[in-house]
Design a binder for this molecule. Structure first.
Ligand code: GSH
Length: 209
């Protein structure tokens, strides 16, 4: 089973899950700066040309959330709960995250960090203002939900926690407005205590090129 990754926000999630479960995964590093994600060897696994991707025999997967679920399912881990209602709860939060929470956190990270890092210019003030408004709206929903809980679903660690936390390790770079959301900060700090989330990148990997 090969997990293709780059050291960027979306691959962080399946890398952390694989490391946390000590899953039998061969990590393959994809160098975005060299355009390896657009090369035929990688496009054969993920025609979208984006990391992460996973190849397990005939199974080719893309989308970080699907890959996390597959890894947990293959290992028989409750990170992907066996109870169908809890599975649906996990899907609810992961879909919500893609559409709302990490979407707007990602916009802020792009404007305030990535653009500068890749020489794509200064932050767009209107974009930052709009993304900040949406981020606060959805952080409020998460903050309310986390009152009295340590985890997002079923009060135990699931892939929903890794999914929704995508941009939390990058909160300083993105200058995420988290001051008013103490529950979100508490939950994220606790997640950061997990070795696999704090240090998700493998030390043993092969390269694509
Ligand atoms: N929805 C995809 C997004 C994947 C994605 O955008 N990956 C980024 C790295 S975080 C990438 O490969 N970017 C290179 C590109 O778009 O050219 C997922 O969740 O896996």
């Amino acid at each position: 089973m090969k997990l293709y990754y780059s050291e960027t926000p979306n691959p962080r999630k399946p890398c952390a899950v694989a490391k946390h479960m000590n899953a039998p995964v061969e990590f393959v590093h994809v160098e975005l700066a060299r355009g390896e994600h657009k090369m035929p060897a990688f496009l054969a696994v993920n025609p979208n040309g984006k990391t992460p991707a996973l190849a397990d025999g005939d199974v080719h997967l893309w989308e970080a959330h699907a890959i996390m679920a597959y890894l947990a399912h293959k290992s028989g881990s409750d990170l992907w709960p066996s109870d169908p209602v809890l599975q649906i709860e996990v899907m609810k939060w992961l879909n919500w995250d893609t559409a709302h929470f990490s979407r707007h956190a990602g916009r802020l990270w792009f404007q305030r960090f990535l653009k500068g890092a890749i020489g794509a210019g200064d932050p767009d003030t209107a974009e930052v203002e709009e993304a900040t408004g949406f981020f606060k709206q959805f952080a409020g929903i998460l903050d309310d939900h986390l009152k009295g809980r340590d985890h997002i679903v079923g009060n135990r660690l699931t892939i929903a926690d890794f999914g929704v936390a995508t941009f939390m390790p990058l909160a300083d770079q993105a200058e995420l407005p988290l001051e008013a959301f103490g529950e979100v900060r508490r939950w994220s700090d606790r997640l950061m205590e997990l070795d696999a989330w704090r240090e998700p990148w493998p030390s043993d990997y092969s390269t694509l090129g």
